[in-house]
Design a protein. Structure first.
Length: 149
């Protein structure tokens, strides 16, 4: 089972729009990374997001590019300051899943899944990390960084 953890694209500041949608740069990041993911064969059966506008817009880009037939839904326990409780749900999940969310939550979830490995580099801002669950637990397979500004 693969889990793809994606940090939302660059968003407008709360002073510009309190809903914090993706900025034009964030839309370009989401489109570029989703195209790269699709080229790598990423086809999640489910695309989950936090429900916040910027995460939902980023998730839509991945959903369209990688698998428009996938389940697409908001999920609990994916807010920026949430504890990594999704790790328990993911332990029994059998489908490939993409989770689009926020920092620092994604960084904490990744570290919990990958055996609490504190030597991992920090989660890439606006990036994507692929982890695979196998017999020995979760292992990071690859990561993509957002294109430079």
């Amino acid at each position: 089972m693969f889990l793809y953890l994606a940090h939302h694209g660059d968003a407008l500041g709360p002073g510009q729009d309190p809903r914090r949608p993706l900025s034009p740069r964030g839309r370009a990041q989401a489109d570029a990374l989703s195209a790269q993911a699709a080229a790598r064969g990423v086809r999640p059966a489910a695309v989950w997001h936090s429900g916040k506008l910027r995460a939902r817009q980023t998730a839509e880009a991945y959903w369209r590019a990688c698998n428009p037939l996938a389940e697409y839904a908001a999920t609990r326990w994916a807010q920026p300051d949430d504890p990594p409780r999704l790790a328990d749900l993911l332990e029994v999940e059998t489908r490939d899943v993409m989770l689009v969310g926020h920092l620092p939550h994604l960084d904490r979830l990744l570290r919990q899944l990958v055996s609490g490995d504190e030597s991992l580099p920090t989660f890439p801002v606006n990036g994507l990390v692929a982890v695979e669950r196998g017999g020995a637990g979760w292992v990071e397979r690859w990561r993509l960084a957002a294109p430079p500004a």
